[in-house]
Design a protein around this ligand. Sequence first.
Ligand code: ZN
Ligand code: FE
Length: 255
Amino acid sequence: MLEIVTLPVLTDNYIYLIHDPVSLETAVIDPALAQPVLDVLQEKGWQLTYIFNTHHHSDHIGGNLRIKQQTGCKIIAAQADSARIPSIDVGVNEGDVILLGQHKATVIATPGHTSAHIVYHFVEDNILICGDTLFVMGCGRLFEGTAEQLWHSLQKLKALPKATKVYCTHEYTQINGRFALTVEPQNLELQQRMTQINLLRSKNQPTIPTTIAEELATNPFFREDSENLQKTIAMINRKPVDVFAKIRLLKDHYS
Ligand code: ZN
Ligand code: FE
């Protein structure tokens, strides 16, 4: 079993450390900062093997160089990001498989938030590391891609096994859920989930990981086919991608 440490940093970022107790290999995902990661490694007595980056934004790569310098780890990131993520050791593409010990992670390209965004799917461990593509009850903003691109990317994630545990980079859950209720107020699971989420956040606890099943039930960006949602946003019987684009636009103006 992989051990995962969730490390909250900055205002709302999470850095994840993934450790394989068999091979003793360890990866850190999107280290915004170096020092908190180095501290966890020391505390745990872990040696860092890899940095996995999902995309080039500074709140995902800010700690890369210092961590690499201190640990000698290798940086894995999208080949398409090699001009803007310094010092990449392994540039990866859709379908590539990375090994953490014996644990296979498949790379899935998910353009939309940025043009080169990738996610890592540990297939046999049922773990998805998704950066800023999918959030709890939300999805990434369109900085470099079109709504259509991000929609296609999210279709790939929607098709993953329902029990997949999903680790995203930001704690945006409460605001996402509030928005979700405005576009689908009738959704009982969403209402119940918000009660749980509000309780967790009142104790300052993370709302992560989520699962694909929970997102299918409550994430408006996975629910373009909901009639209630389509009715609320005046998009009945429109193409799924157009419904999605409208939800994205409404969310942009919500917060
Ligand atoms: Zn980002
Ligand atoms: Fe981010």
